[in-house]
Ligand binder design. Structure first.
Ligand code: PLP
Length: 407
């Protein structure tokens, strides 16, 4: 039996041999790594609670505690108060789905809106599109300004009596800049509608960059009019996948996201999020990693990711033929090519084991820089400039790739 288990587990391990080498810093997308000690804490806590069920936290007081403590910490990070309230979710997408659902529900119950729309910049994450599709809202995309940030005046003009939600990101994914949250939230406040700040990427990073003394425009609950905020822990919180937090400014606003029914033969059924049965693993892992790292750990990891991002951005600005879309506000950046196909660069980089994200429009490569990249950034910059030279010499064209796959 022991032998059989060992054989199977060896196979499980072997099956992963062609996966992204994210622990070696080869992936500038999809995975985050703060080193073997943090990973061990995350994995062990996950393993202890992976088969518990967060559907009913009363049956698992452990999970109730993990969630309460994690939400309280995130609430402190985003400058919430004793009125603000949140839940853990399975990820940024679920947090966003719930923010959109809550806005729709509030619009319906408080204002009788039956044909709701969401006004959001073209840079806001695809998960908002998914939410609008799932929950029957119209997505009204507003083009971003030349500096890639949300256009406040155009946002104001796109709003009508059926708008239930305005969205801003801190930062937005594609170019890594922070939207003018103060101005967007002011519009929402004037209209008495919801304003969601998507801080899935920046919730941890911006918090600690501010503490490190960087000049960060306000984006959290200190801004009047912000009604909800999403913060992913499985990105820059360096916890196991499956952990994000959705915060609402108060319990009334939060009440619109939860679901209850007794319209079946099983009695009262309530759930805070999209999932029914859900693993306690991500909750335990998040609690463990956040307590292990503490403010000090996050300050160190944030400083590392930010200085590495600057190093990469500065290098890209110096490489002939590459065009940095804009100087990054946090730890995400994107760049295009001046007179060749930028996706050919990604193909070249892939040959040396690097994975960067491809995005459009415009044709760009995207890097999500995290703490793991500190040790490899010089090597990456060398390979990147070689790739540029090679592609320019060959005058070659590359293949367009997408972010996700559906096969
Ligand atoms: C990652 C991300 C999301 C979606 O989160 P998932 O965890 O992938 O579901 C939403 N918004 C932004 C800005 C993100 O970076």
């Amino acid at each position: 039996m022991v032998l059989r288990a060992q054989e199977v587990l060896a196979e499980v391990s072997a099956i992963g041999q062609s996966d992204l080498r994210w622990k070696e810093g080869r992936a500038f997308s999809l995975a985050y790594y703060a080193g073997p000690e943090v990973q061990a804490v995350a994995d062990q806590a996950y393993a202890m609670y992976g088969s518990t069920n967060g559907l009913n936290a009363d049956a698992f007081p452990s999970l109730k505690k993990f969630q309460a403590d994690v939400v309280a910490t995130v609430n402190r990070w985003v400058h919430g108060d004793e009125l603000s309230a949140g839940f853990m979710t399975s990820g940024g997408t679920e947090s966003i789905l719930l923010a959109v659902k809550a806005a729709r529900e509030r619009g319906r119950r408080e204002f009788g809106i039956t044909q709701p729309n969401v006004v959001l910049p073209t840079s806001a994450h695809a998960a908002f599109e998914k939410a609008c599709c799932y929950f029957g809202l119209e997505s009204r995309r507003v083009p971003v300004r030349a500096d890639w940030r949300a256009d406040v005046e155009a946002t104001r003009q796109a709003i009508d009596a059926n708008t239930v939600l305005i969205v801003g990101s801190a930062p937005q994914y594609p170019q890594g800049v922070v939207d003018p949250i103060v101005d967007l939230a002011a519009i929402a406040r004037e209209r008495n509608i919801n304003c969601h700040v998507d801080a899935c990427m920046g919730g941890v990073t911006l918090t600690f960059l501010e503490r490190l003394g960087e000049n960060i425009p306000l984006w959290d609950f200190r801004v009047d009019g912000v009604t909800s905020i999403s913060v992913d822990l499985h990105k820059y919180g360096y916890t196991s996948k499956g952990a994000s937090v959705i915060m609402h400014r108060n319990r009334q606003l939060r009440s619109y996201q939860t679901f209850t029914t007794d319209n079946w033969l099983g009695g009262f059924y309530g759930s805070s999020g999209v999932l029914g049965t859900k693993s306690g693993g991500p909750m335990a892992s998040a609690w463990a990693v956040m307590n292990y790292l503490g403010d000090e750990g996050y300050l160190r990891l944030t400083e590392s990711a930010r200085s590495t991002t600057r190093q990469l951005a500065d290098a890209i600005e110096r490489i002939d033929g590459l065009h940095l879309r804009t100087y990054p506000d946090s730890t995400l950046l994107s760049f295009g090519a001046q007179n060749f196909d930028v996706f050919a660069i990604a193909d070249e980089l892939a040959k040396t084991g690097w994975y960067v994200d491809r995005q459009t429009p415009p044709d760009s490569l995207h890097c999500t820089v995290n703490a793991v990249h500190h040790q490899v950034i010089e090597e990456f910059i060398v390979d990147l400039s070689h790739a540029v030279t090679k592609v320019q010499d060959a005058g070659s064209t590359g293949s367009v790739g997408a972010y996700g796959t559906i096969e």
